[in-house]
Design a protein around this ligand. Structure first.
Ligand code: HDD
Length: 725
């Protein structure tokens, strides 16, 4: 009996294959070797006597151990840690005016996709919430071949030319003498390289912002980063940038959460994607395009080919033209997520490359790396990499060839055996855009790539005060971990080019003084947070940032986000005696909004409520507030016990400190009163700070205001410096 194979590209939403389950439970498969011989047992090796030596003859032992010995393939040199899901892409608006690509012109098609998210610097076993760029790699299995958008959650890159990539990665990876630190840029070699590579300053601003610690893969933007070309039927070219806009909006963790989650649940992001998809809460993004006619190529004060620059959305708006839905988890991590091979060279007719020197170099690197990572030029035959359209050529043989090519012709031109695969007629199939290229061979940077600070300023200026504060703190953390003073000081020089208040704040944390920075001396971390925020809010860099604009929309996460509670996770603090009605009502109301409620109790298992039991899978020991988006405390005599538990009180204070919505009904309010949060809220308008308290009411009376608060994500209008959590 053979296991029915699932089509890896199927876009059906079913998660469980009943046939497969039936085979593995009822009619269990016989145990065999890889050659199909039935095996009586693989639990005992073949020995000369029960207590005697193992025999070399034991081919079953040898096969099993040998296969195991070779189970690992080299991890990706970057983006080693990742998680992926299947889904589909559907166009909503045809781009026929700009391109012939079927996937971008036919709105009736549902194109299967496989999307892998990753961190860049850490190894496969590192934590999900490290401060880092996130990979956002989309493989679309189109009818015209695979199209990969191998992008990131940050729209720019550290370097302008691919030839610097090995240096960048050597600098950020753990230092070679002691393999320290893991999954962190906070060390000397990284800042040594960065401070000697000013083109990285714009990207550094993004990486020091909360964009580098996303709340979920579903709340990250994705970017193709480079300028590509769209080519239409008249063979006209437009430059294009690709964006993925998350339907849930862009949201991040705060640093304190990211650090704690790394210890409590290093799989935080992958687990949340897995569980959401299993629960039917699919992840969705809209495809956005920024399109620029060839004629406008030189219209801006930045070069559209420079990957360290965005095209400010206020200058070139993003049009939303389609939607991608991830709705199926992989069946096997290794076969799919690990073996998937993305390549920037996977494009389809109607799309083409620009001359961005970063993209041009990437176009060499990806095929090359797959050869060593997957060990054979036949990696395209693996189910996860195979195109859905037919493919044929005269390439033959090599390791692990699956295709059984028939006949004797493997060359062209050929007249024997019904010819070899036929070429497309000129003008059809993929044709490179016929741009006229003429110039001397040089190893030089174009002058138009020379401005390294304009867009770093644009980013800084576009941030809300709290976002600026987080950037300051991130740089304070990172640079204080750099041992070499010259490197730290060199970095300050760059920061001063971006904004003097930013530089002065960072200087204070690393024991330096910026010349002329007295007026801005206000060390962050002091109790006067409002004054600091006001100062940062006013700290705008006056020099024209970029493209003639000082600020642009699309950069701050504090503006333009949809008000949606969907996908969020709420902790419901429980103990014996809890009001069953409160829990049921809140669970129901949350579920209607796509929010998941989790019972947290002093122990796992059944918790006796006043009318029946609820099951707790989370406890104050195995979870904490950082793993949730909001906290609810139901009424009931349970509150007496919870008030005695320091972990329960900390749960609330920590959530309050992180700006998270909190709700309590009935006796639940007493628990809030027993915390520092309660003290801080005394005589304050709690609701305005996202804390919904109703001691006379029940879950019903608080739930709509609570959901409303959850959809606001975080409340940064709280005085939290007194909380030590
Ligand atoms: Fe890269 C992997 C994204 C520049 C060389 N890259 C990789 C992945 C993503 C990106 C998302 C993981 C794909 C997966 O999930 O398997 N890389 C980017 C972006 C870049 C970029 C957005 C700049 C705009 N990369 C870049 C350069 C080079 C590489 C300049 C080399 C010259 N990248 C690689 C690689 C990797 C890779 C070594 C490692 C594993 C792999 O390709 O398959 O070839």
């Amino acid at each position: 009996m053979s296991i029915p194979q699932k089509d890896p590209h199927s876009i059906e939403t079913t998660v469980k294959d009943e046939q497969l389950l039936a085979v593995t439970t009822e009619d269990r498969l016989p145990l065999t070797t890889n050659q199909g011989q039935r095996v009586s047992t693989d639990k005992y090796s073949l020995k000369a006597g029960k207590r005697g030596p193992t025999l070399l003859e034991d081919y079953i032992l040898r096969e099993k151990i040998q296969h195991f010995d070779h189970e690992r393939i080299p991890e990706r040199v970057v983006h080693a840690r990742g998680a992926a899901a299947h889904g589909y892409f559907q166009l909503t608006q045809s781009l026929e005016k700009y391109t012939t690509a079927q996937v971008l012109t036919d709105t009736s098609l549902k194109t299967p996709v496989f999307v892998r998210f990753s961190t860049v610097a850490g190894s496969r076993g590192s934590a999900d919430t490290a401060r880092d760029v996130r990979g956002f790699a989309v493989k679309m299995y189109t009818n015209e071949g695979n199209w990969d958008i191998v992008g990131n959650n940050i729209p720019v890159f550290f370097i302008q030319d691919a030839i610097k990539f090995p240096d960048l990665i050597h600098a950020v990876k753990p230092e070679p003498n002691n393999e320290i630190p893991q999954a962190s840029s906070a060390h000397d070699t990284f800042y040594d390289f960065i401070s000697l590579t000013p083109e990285s300053m714009h990207m550094i601003m993004w990486v020091m912002s909360d964009r580098a610690i996303p709340r979920s893969f579903s709340t990250m933007e994705g970017f193709g980063v480079h300028s590509f070309r769209l080519i239409n039927a008249q063979n006209e070219s437009h430059f294009v940038k690709f964006h993925w806009k998350p339907v849930l909006g862009v949201h991040s963790l705060v640093w304190d959460e990211a650090v704690k989650i790394a210890g409590q649940d290093p799989d935080f992001h992958r687990r949340s994607m897995w569980e959401s998809i299993e629960a039917g809460n699919f992840f969705e993004w809209e495809l956005g395009v920024q399109i620029l006619p060839e004629a406008d190529e030189e219209k801006f004060d930045f070069d559209v080919l420079d990957a360290t620059k965005i095209w400010p959305e206020d200058l070139i708006p993003v049009q939303r033209v389609g939607k991608m839905t991830l709705n199926r988890n992989p069946d096997n991590y290794f076969s799919e997520t690990e073996q998937v091979a993305f390549m920037t060279t996977n494009i389809v007719p109607g799309i083409d490359f620009s001359n961005d020197p970063l993209l041009q170099g990437r176009n060499f690197s990806y095929l090359d790396t797959q050869l060593s990572r997957l060990g054979t030029p036949n990696f395209h035959e693996l189910p996860i990499n195979r195109p859905v359209c037919p493919f044929s050529n005269n390439q033959r043989d090599a390791h692990m060839r699956h295709t059984i090519n028939k006949g004797r012709v493997a060359y062209t031109p050929a007249s024997l055996d019904g010819h070899s695969p036929e070429e497309e007629r000129p003008g059809s199939g993929f044709n490179s855009y016929g741009q006229v290229v003429n110039g001397p061979k040089v190893r030089e940077r174009a002058e138009s790539f020379n401005d390294h600070y304009g867009q770093a300023r644009l980013f800084w200026n576009s941030m809300a005060p709290i976002e600026k504060e987080h950037i300051v703190k991130a740089l304070q953390f990172e640079l204080s971990k750099v041992d070499t003073r010259e490197v730290r000081v060199r970095m300050l020089g760059h920061l001063a080019q971006i904004n003097d208040v930013l530089a002065a704040q960072v200087a204070l944390a690393i024991g330096e003084k910026m010349p002329g920075s007295q007026k801005t001396e206000q060390p962050s971390g002091t109790s006067d947070v409002p004054a600091l925020l006001e100062m940062l809010g006013n700290a705008e860099s006056p020099t024209t940032a970029s493209g003639g604009v000082l600020k642009t929309s699309g950069l701050s996460m504090m503006e333009g986000q949809p008000k949606l509670a969907k996908g969020r996770q709420v902790a419901i603090l429980t103990a014996p005696g809890v009001s069953s009605m409160c829990i049921e009502t809140m669970q129901k109301n949350l579920a209607e909004q796509g929010v998941a409620g989790f019972v947290v109790a002093p122990f796992i298992g059944d918790v006796e409520g006043d009318k029946g039991t609820v099951e707790a899978k989370k406890t104050f020991a195995n979870s904490s507030s950082v793993l949730f988006d909001a906290v609810y405390i139901p009424g009931g005599t349970s509150v007496q016990m919870l008030k005695q538990l320091p972990d329960a009180r900390k749960f609330i204070d920590e959530a309050f400190k992180h700006g998270k919505p909190i709700a309590a009904s009935g006796e639940g309010v007493q628990l809030v009163d027993a915390t520092m949060t309660g003290v801080l809220l005394k005589d304050a308008d709690a609701k305005a700070q996202g804390v919904i308290l109703d001691s006379a009411g029940n879950a019903k009376t608080v739930s709509s205001a609570f959901v409303e608060a959850i959809s606001s994500h975080r409340f940064n209008n709280r005085q939290v410096d007194m909380i030590q959590a």
